[in-house]
Design a protein around this ligand. Structure first.
Ligand code: ATP
Length: 364
């Protein structure tokens, strides 16, 4: 039975947690609640403090301030091996000389379970992660994706309240990573264990998570669903980090009006009221309408006449880079999946339409 997250119950509560190193704050008064049964990602660039936070949850590092509560219990005096958590590392840390079954059963053996129980539980867990009948194989007989699943089975068999995953797909090649992120989400959904997943890869976080905390310089910029982060980014950092955007430096001349650094006048979403001054403006490539006929964009708030520069095609998506004919501002526009405009030629003139609500300005 697929598991339904129970959003009323909280499995992990991080309460005002900080970690300082000499002259440097790696984690700065962070708080968050992770709902039972959810897939929660902590997303941020290298060095933002996500590993430090995860290691504090696991108990490998002690916070300088604040508390970590797992399953309703403060972890302040609880050693890592006594916490109801388990961790999956990028480099998996499987025992290559041992069989798949012995790897999965390792933690159970350390807990003193009998041989028959270990075998039964390990085989059942291998089946749940899609590897039935592999208990007798050696680790080096498995593919990268299968090893990944063994590492997860080895953690899940101990029935932790939380599974902590530290960039577990980072070492895989692109194709396998794309495949594993769908599998991992499906597996979490079926098993229902709460996953806390750290990654610097925004597409992984968007695809897999129920909730994402976007982290920057030791703080959370925004905590929300993937859709909230994508459609209502709370800051310039989130708007720039999550998904693709055209970014323009603008000076706002009044509510809902702005001028890009290149001189291009724009009507903007009035989300910052009477804000003025220098701001970063974000326009997603897929929100821009493009046509060879000027009349097609007549009713848009912003209408630009542009020259086509380059077409980028990566199979799933086509993007065209254009430049505003009057002000020289470069913009990227996603082309429709119907193949329309796939024949655009460099030097051609096209007309763009941008709605004010799709041009969002943020003070940095
Ligand atoms: P990455 O994805 O590269 O692992 P991260 O977001 O996980 O990055 P952390 O490993 O948590 O980042 O590190 C956060 C910051 O704290 C970094 O600037 C790092 O250099 C610093 N840091 C981590 N551990 C220590 C330490 N023991 N002493 C001093 N500084 C540290």
């Amino acid at each position: 039975m697929p598991h339904t997250p129970q959003h009323d119950a909280i499995d992990l509560s991080v309460r005002g947690v900080s970690k300082h190193y000499t002259g440097f704050t790696a984690v700065d008064q962070l708080s968050l609640d992770v709902a039972k049964g959810s897939f929660f990602s902590i997303l941020g660039p290298s060095g933002c403090g996500k590993t430090t936070l995860l290691r504090m949850i696991a108990g490998f590092i002690a916070p300088d301030d604040g508390d970590i509560v797992i399953g309703g219990q403060s972890m302040r005096d609880v050693a890592p091996n006594r916490r109801p958590v388990n961790m999956v590392f990028q480099h998996l840390a499987l025992f290559p000389m041992m069989s798949v079954g012995d790897n999965v059963g390792y933690g159970l053996a350390r807990r003193g379970l009998g041989k028959a129980d270990i075998q039964r539980k390990s085989e059942a867990m291998l089946e749940r992660v899609g590897l039935p009948g592999t208990a007798g194989k050696r680790i080096d007989q498995l593919s990268g994706g299968q090893k990944q699943r063994v590492a997860i089975a080895r953690s899940l068999v101990l029935e932790p309240t939380l599974l902590l995953l530290d960039e577990p797909l980072g070492a895989l090649d692109l194709k396998l990573r794309e495949h594993m992120k769908l599998e991992l989400k499906q597996l979490q959904h079926e098993i229902g264990t709460t996953f806390v997943y750290i990654t610097h890869d925004q597409s992984e976080a968007l695809v897999m998570s129920d909730q994402v905390a976007v982290m920057n310089k030791g703080r959370f910029e925004q905590v929300g669903t993937p859709q909230q982060l994508y459609y209502q980014p709370a800051s310039a950092f989130v708007a720039g980090f999550v998904g693709n955007s055209n970014r323009l430096e603008v000076s706002l001349s009044g509510a809902g009006e702005g001028v890009a650094a290149s001189g291009l006048p724009l009507r903007l979403a009035a989300q910052h009221g009477d804000a003025s001054g220098q701001q970063a403006l974000f326009i997603r490539p897929e929100t821009i309408a493009l046509s060879r006929r000027e009349a097609d964009v007549a009713e848009y708030d912003n209408r630009l006449s542009c020259r086509v520069e380059t077409l980028f095609f990566d199979g799933a998506n086509s993007t065209v880079q254009v430049r505003d004919a009057r002000y020289g501002t470069p913009l990227q526009v996603a082309l429709p999946h119907t193949g329309q405009h796939a024949d655009l030629q460099p030097g051609e003139t096209v007309y763009l339409g941008i709605r004010a609500e799709h041009a969002k300005a943020y003070r940095e």
